[in-house]
Design a protein around this ligand. Structure first.
Ligand code: HEM
Length: 503
């Protein structure tokens, strides 16, 4: 027995020694990384091991926006700013030349963050879909198949559906106006963009009474899950987070099982020889390969892309529309000007044509300025594996580069009086911003749905401006919430009235 105890204590001692030596070795490695990158300017680390991670945790606890911190650091430390977390090094880049070089080239893959959202807490989430695929060949194959569903010819054919779905929203707004009540524009726009993406991308008519509650909530839960996982390396190991983690897994599962059902329904329709639209769902099914040779992974990839489009195609546009309404509510002169344009171009017409959309130039400017101040998908990141020089600073390879369109959109050196909402910055004759305005990212991995989103936004804004006044209910905040994407905290509550109802 005594011998047994001695062996046990020696084993324990040996294990402790091993852990201690490994830890020491790891600390030496972290020290080596600091030495290698510390010539790059950056804020002081909170501590040796966790680097700037405690700052991110503090921001998260206070519901502050991490991109505001990036902006502050970029203003203080310059166009290349270093961040450390354990042995990882990331650089916040606000230098237009480097933004151009890195984002425009296929040479720089998406960084490790994108593999973190392959699954959320053990439940597959965006997998290897279009947003998350890091391997260029795998991504390119999918993107080529998806392109036809976003060609200008195909999108022009969608104007009717955008009109029809926007009319449904107008009916809801008419009820709000008739009853002289108030409405959260964020909420209403979320239902609208959900309705659009379900119909246009997947050919499904949603039951908005039920679905407008469960899907946006599931999307928000997944986005938050993504955010917490990315910003707190220990999030999933903390006991108090278990209930939320369970909720995130359920939300991911809900989106994926919905995808599986809608994909199966479409496949059955295809097998029955029914006339199916050449929409995003058809392309998703095509991207997975032939039915006979379809592997489990092919099936998972279809679901990855289903979830990718469901999320990418809904939330960001709804948030942009809500921010746009918020800013119009704060700027009566801009509101009058854009209303006048809508009256001149579409008058009393109910069906807005593609030609009309082209003539709504000032409305486009308003929407672009909205995304400058409120970049609803606020940034992207790339791996820089080989040495590079940015703004005269040598960056040894092996770092992640962050590009924050929220930060660059709000920097005085790129946009004079950046906190002033001024659509004339995007006047067709004004000089184009040089690689400092990229709400849809840039280059090969830029947003596939950019034109889709802006057509959809213009149709619904034109109808709203044509028919309603929507003053902001006084006393609400104009703050932003960071849920991975950026959204207005207040929900943008407006007293919706028929135009000139109160005159
Ligand atoms: C205002 C609305 C939108 C904004 C601000 C926006 C922004 C972005 C940004 C910044 C990216 C790059 C993401 C990254 O690098 O992590 C992206 C990618 C993407 N977006 Fe959007 N998006 C919007 C609407 C849409 C819509 C409506 C769709 C689909 C119908 C869509 C589909 C996609 C897809 C598929 C990608 C991945 C592209 C690729 O890597 O090939 N987006 N979007």
């Amino acid at each position: 027995m005594a011998v047994f105890h001695v062996i046990l204590s020696w084993t324990a001692l040996f294990l402790l020694l091993l852990i201690f030596i490994s830890f020491l070795g790891y600390c030496l490695y972290v020290k080596h990384i600091h030495r290698k990158y510390d010539h790059i300017p950056g804020p002081p680390r909170d501590n040796f091991l966790f680097g700037h991670s405690p700052t991110f945790l503090r921001l998260m606890k206070k519901d502050d926006i991490i991109h505001d911190k990036f902006l502050e650091w970029a203003e203080t430390y310059g166009p290349v700013c270093r961040i450390n977390v354990l042995h990882y090094v990331a650089i916040i880049v606000t230098c237009p030349e480097a933004t151009k070089e890195i984002l425009m080239s296929p040479k720089y893959p998406k960084d490790i963050f994108y593999s973190k959202i392959f699954n959320l807490f053990g439940q597959r989430f965006l997998g290897n879909g279009l947003i998350t695929a890091r391997d260029h060949e795998k991504w390119y194959k999918q993107r080529r198949i998806m392109d036809p569903a976003f060609s200008s010819l195909y999108l022009r054919g969608l104007t009717g559906t955008f009109n029809e779905r926007a009319e449904k929203l107008m009916t809801t707004l008419t009820d709000v106006a008739d009853n002289m009540t108030e409405g959260s524009m964020l909420h209403l726009m979320n239902s609208f963009t959900l309705d659009v993406i379900a119909k246009v991308a997947f050919g499904v008519d949603l039951d908005l009474q039920k679905d407008r509650l469960i899907f946006p909530e599931a999307i928000e839960t997944c986005l938050k899950g993504m955010l917490y996982k990315a910003r707190d390396i220990f999030y999933e190991y903390k006991l108090k987070n278990r209930p939320f983690i369970k909720k995130v897994r359920e939300a991911c599962r809900l989106l994926r099982t919905t995808g599986a059902k809608w994909i199966n329904d479409r496949k059955t329709a295809m097998q029955n020889g029914d006339d199916v639209p050449k929409d995003i769902l058809t392309q998703i099914i095509k991207s997975a390969g032939k039915e006979e040779s379809m592997t489990k992974e092919d099936e998972e990839l279809m679901l990855d892309n289903f979830v990718t489009f469901f999320i990418a195609g809904q939330e960001t546009t709804a948030n942009q529309l809500a921010f746009c309404i918020m800013e119009l509510g704060r700027h009566p002169d801009i509101l009058e000007k854009v209303k006048k344009e809508v009256d001149d171009v579409i008058g009393m017409k109910q069906e807005i044509s593609d030609d009309d959309l082209g003539k709504l130039v000032y409305l486009s400017q308003v929407l672009k300025e909205t995304l400058r101040m409120y970049s609803t998908a606020p940034g992207t990141s790339r791996d820089v594996l080989e040495d590079i020089v940015i703004d005269g600073i040598h960056i040894p390879g092996g770092v992640s580069c962050f590009f924050s369109s929220h930060a660059t959109g709000r920097m005085e050196k790129f946009f004079k009086d950046p906190l002033t909402f001024d659509p004339d910055r995007f006047h067709p004759d004004a000089p184009k911003p040089y690689y400092c305005y990229f709400p849809f990212a840039l280059g090969p991995r830029s947003c596939l749905g950019q034109n889709f989103a802006q057509m959809e936004a213009k149709v619904v804004m034109a109808k709203l401006l044509q028919r309603f006044d929507f003053p902001l209910v006084p006393g609400q905040t104009f703050d932003i919430v960071d849920t991975g994407t950026l959204r207005p905290k207040s929900g943008v509550v407006c007293s919706v009235r028929h135009r000139d109802q109160n005159k």
